[in-house]
Unconditional design. Structure first.
Length: 156
């Protein structure tokens, strides 16, 4: 039905369904000691500024998913990943899309050769406070909420 630069939409005959095919994404919960680095950025799709973990689409041919997550952390925060481990994955909305986001826990340090992206504000907060922000609704993005909860369970 539709083939875009990033996604395609398929109509499933006889089922009254449209499926959005997505290449997948990665996200990382970057930790500096007991603090997490989050990014505040405007999201056109919802018309709001959201607080999120760094993430991005898997759009580099042949790139390992952990490398994608590390690249996104560096690009969005200006911090370099020194250690990364998988936390699991989430299906964002399986009722209409096959998008899967692989989640990682990353230990990071500042990279003096890279700055954070201009479109984002980097927010550093204790991981425990980020968990509270998920509970009280300050963090509403699903990949971020799940990533933060899994990171807190793994790295108390």
């Amino acid at each position: 039905m539709f083939d875009g630069k990033l996604i395609s939409v398929e109509v499933v005959e006889g089922r009254y369904r449209e499926i959005v095919h997505h290449p997948g994404a990665c996200a990382a919960v970057p930790l500096v000691g007991d603090d997490v680095l989050l990014v505040r950025q405007f999201r056109d799709a919802v018309g709001e500024t959201l607080l999120e973990v760094p993430a991005g689409v898997r759009d580099v041919e042949g790139e390992a998913v952990a490398d994608c997550a590390a690249r996104e952390v560096l690009e969005e925060t200006g911090y370099r990943v020194t250690h990364i481990e998988p936390l699991g994955s989430v299906l964002t909305s399986p009722g209409f899309t096959d998008e899967r986001i692989d989640l990682f826990l990353a230990r990071v340090e500042p990279d003096p050769e890279h700055d954070a992206e201009d479109e984002v504000e980097v927010v550093r907060m204790p991981l425990a406070e980020a968990g509270q922000a998920v509970l009280d609704g300050r963090i509403r993005d699903s990949k971020s909420a799940v990533g933060i909860v899994l990171a807190a369970a793994r790295d108390p």
